[in-house]
Design a protein around this ligand. Sequence first.
Ligand SMILES: Cc1cc2nc3c(=O)[nH]c(=O)nc-3n(C[C@H](O)[C@H](O)[C@H](O)COP(=O)(O)OP(=O)(O)OC[C@H]3O[C@@H](n4cnc5c(N)ncnc54)[C@H](O)[C@@H]3O)c2cc1C
Length: 331
Amino acid sequence: MKNTLILGGGIGGIVASNILKKAAGNDMQVTVVDREDDHRFAASYPLLMTGQRKPEDVIRKLVRLEKKNIHILKQEVKRIDLLKKQVSSDQGDLAYDYLIIALGVEYHPESVPGFEQYALNAYDLNGVMNIYERLNNFPSGQIVFFISSLPYKCPPAPYESMFLLDQFFQKKGIRHKIKLTLVTPDISPEPLAKPQVGQSVRKMLADRGIELITEAKVLRVEEKALILDHDTRIPADLLLGIAPHWTPEVIRKSEMADKSGFVRVDPDTLETDYPAVYAIGDAAAVRLPVIGAYAPKAGVYAHYQADIVARNISLLSKGEKQTHYYKGKGT
Ligand SMILES: Cc1cc2nc3c(=O)[nH]c(=O)nc-3n(C[C@H](O)[C@H](O)[C@H](O)COP(=O)(O)OP(=O)(O)OC[C@H]3O[C@@H](n4cnc5c(N)ncnc54)[C@H](O)[C@@H]3O)c2cc1C
């Protein structure tokens, strides 16, 4: 029996484990390692922020996968030894025949001066629940939603959040007392999509009276303001931010990381430079061939990448050739 170790029980890890177990059956032991007990479905956080979902709607225990004969280990991954084909965790060493790295990214609000004191993290469950509390007691004033740096995951989520905020205050009948501002380092909304997408989003923002500030470099957060370069000061009564994203330390200190800390992969197969080792999802450095930027980091991309990798591992473990290639699919 072969053994696949999947690091990370987020979207990429869960999808990979399901598809691989189905494809390879009893010939493959599939183990998912995550530091958490639960999977949190972050795509629903904007709806939590405005009270349209509750935390229990978006959290599931990872051990539910054991019903499908997928092993779940609650452990902190500390080191990946690519030569020994072994992963070290806080509870010991784990050997593998195939390894899928799906460790995602972590938030570093401390890297933006003032973020932790004066802003709420719109990408983190605790931050989102605090935002919900604040929105319910926000009678009037300016709300500034800012993206600290690129790349950030789910490029549409800040726009979705602004539309939900607009709707939230419309329903309360106080939209006219609220100024909504979105600040982004991008040159336009959704710059990796067709230009029509950015133009449509700009129009949707304008139609709802939502201000958009593009090409912004966030320098620091103050008690009632966001400070951009050239000393531009955006006043705010409530600051909602997306903190800078870094891959987990176990990746950044490994030989697999590129200079931005993401795992170098073959964009067609998601294979790393090391045999039988793959990386998928937010942690993978999937480059777009033409512009050289990272492909968007989103759950839907993690899902399709997981599908390709799981099917190929199943074929390889049976002595067959891999036949599945990632074509940059996303929606
Ligand atoms: C507000 C918001 C809205 C979003 N909306 C959408 C959307 O509408 N559509 C969409 O496609 N995407 C959306 N996304 C993005 C999506 O959630 C991510 O792109 C997706 O979860 C990435 O999957 P992943 O498997 O790469 O990483 P993750 O899902 O982040 O999983 C990584 C896992 O690794 C674990 N881990 C990390 N380090 C360690 C370690 N050292 N040891 C053990 N375990 C570790 C973590 O606990 C985590 O469970 C949204 C994200 C946010 C925050």
